[in-house]
Design a protein around this ligand. Structure first.
Ligand code: ADP
Length: 483
């Protein structure tokens, strides 16, 4: 029997383009599926300004297709590339994708995002139809790829090699739905007959995510807890009722991590290597990080870290009021992130006021991220909601014990210290306020100062199996259920 051919369609994938956890997933789940004897093709836009030339130098296009969209006939070159054993198709359209941001300027969105990603999805369908191997299933990720099942089942039924493909739509973050004015329907060529409340209409506007929920054969979220949460008004982002109508096809599969790319025993970005039960290297990483960030080189001082998009979701407003007290207690802090200007300004002010104890690096920097994961003691994730979260998985693997709000995937991946000392991998708190975060950090620091308790906790976090193996099997099982 031929291998199942799965086509991933996503707006970002590591190592070619990444703004967050979506890219980690679309960059590493395919390899795990390949190990389960699946053939996987990943289609993303060609973001020329973001691709590291050391990873890929886009050459000549393999095909060029023509698309009528936005009132113009466009030539769309399609590139084929193999990166780390994975086949990618890159959709070129330089006026749309060769920009400084993936989705917009820092903290914002490009005005033509609907046009950009409708073009992308249509090009992805055309590209898939050109492949030698017929497509068994399209796995679409987040709102940018959410229109694919609808377009496949309406406008793309004339391509025999894709027409019968199944569709899975994964919601990595329900808060970003792709909402646009209805006036754009003819401009981008969406099927007007499906603009109604049962499909992609949402309070008079276009809602791409609704189209995905309605038209995909299966819907998944990136953790089981989040799959339940999004059916409630608190987490449903006004789609809880619509999702409830489709819950028979909704399930949650927890994200895994690329445990080869994220391994403190081999990570070339680190000044020293380490692993569970071999903590000496971690101590050297901490010292090097303190020196790099201008913090006092003190082995026994708790070093708290956060690496995050600076958005309301991530609970930055819970953290900011805690920092002065942590400074008074003598803790050190390393913050890395970029996003909403007021959070950036708040963190910068704290770092300016306490340069010996608080460091804030504004920006996206993977090498620094790896050094912070390796060199810190506690990793803070006070998220208001968290579909899965990958940062806590990276932190645990690098021996930095997570302090998380008990929500979504953080519930499914971090076991609180008080839940049972033989199982715990971190600290969790429930209420979304600064006092609860501070209380959890107090508990964590108390344990930090007791090596007999801390070392086993840290080793358990490092030994947690965050690999894709089990979750990739769950996806393979889901794919198998589709015709
Ligand atoms: P989300 O996808 O909601 O942003 P996740 O925890 O799922 O959050 O994934 C975040 C990913 O992005 C992790 O790989 C994290 O290390 C990375 N990341 C976030 N901010 C930065 C940054 N400023 N620099 C480097 N990596 C970052």
């Amino acid at each position: 029997m031929p291998k199942p051919h799965i086509v991933f369609v996503a707006s970002e994938a590591a190592p070619l383009a990444k703004t967050g956890g979506l890219a980690d997933v679309t960059g590493s789940l395919p390899a795990a599926l390949r190990r389960l004897d699946h053939d996987v093709t990943v289609i993303i836009p060609l973001y020329r300004r973001h691709i590291d030339p050391a990873v890929l130098k886009p050459g000549k296009a393999k095909w060029t297709i023509r698309l009528w969209i936005g009132g113009a006939l466009r030539q769309v070159p399609l590139h084929e590339a193999h990166v780390q054993g994975q086949r990618f198709i890159l959709v070129e359209q330089d006026d749309m994708f060769a920009r400084d941001g993936l989705y917009g300027p820092a903290g914002g969105a490009y005005e033509d995002n609907l046009l950009r990603y409708t073009l992308f999805v249509r090009a992805a369908l055309e590209a898939a139809a050109l492949l030698k191997e017929p497509v068994d299933l399209f796995h679409c990720h987040d709102w940018q790829a959410a229109l694919l099942p609808m377009l496949l089942k309406t406008q793309y039924q004339h391509h025999p090699t894709i027409a019968r493909a199944g569709t899975v739509f994964t919601i990595h973050n329900l808060a970003y739905q792709g909402i646009f004015p209805a006036s754009q329907i003819p401009h981008v060529g969406l099927p007007p007959e499906l603009f109604h409340p049962g499909c992609y209409e949402f309070y008079g506007q276009i809602n791409c995510m609704k189209a995905g929920i309605m038209m995909a054969d299966r819907i998944t979220t990136v953790s089981p807890s989040y799959a339940e949460e999004i059916l409630t008004p608190e987490y449903g982002c006004h789609l809880e009722g619509f999702l409830a109508q489709h819950r028979h096809k909704l399930s949650g599969i927890v994200n895994g991590l690329d445990t080869v790319a994220w391994d403190p025993a081999t990570d070339a970005a680190l000044p020293a290597r380490f692993g569970a039960g071999r903590a000496a290297g971690k101590g050297r990483c901490k010292l090097a990080l303190q020196q790099q960030l201008g913090l006092a080189p003190e082995a026994g001082t708790p070093l708290l870290a956060m690496i995050s998009r600076l958005a309301e979701q991530k609970g930055v407003d819970l953290l900011l009021p805690c920092v002065p007290d942590w400074v008074r207690r003598g803790y050190q802090m390393a913050f890395l992130g970029t996003g909403e200007a007021h959070y950036e300004a708040g963190l910068k002010k704290l770092a300016d006021n306490h340069p010996q104890q608080v460091h804030f690096f504004r920006g996206f920097n993977e090498t620094l991220a790896r050094r912070i994961y390796a060199g810190s003691d506690l990793f803070l994730m006070p998220s208001r909601f968290e579909p899965c979260g990958l940062s806590q998985l990276m932190a645990m693997r690098y021996g930095t014990v997570p302090v998380v709000r008990a929500t979504g995937g953080l519930i499914d991946t971090v076991t609180d210290y008080d839940a049972g000392k033989g199982k715990s991998t971190g600290f969790a708190f429930t209420a979304a306020n600064a006092a609860s975060l501070a209380g959890a950090v107090d508990r964590a620091v108390e344990v930090y100062h007791r090596p007999a308790a801390w070392n086993p906790l840290r080793n358990r976090a490092m030994r947690r199996d965050s690999s894709w193996e089990a979750s990739a099997r769950s996806y393979a099982e889901l794919y198998r259920q589709l015709p």
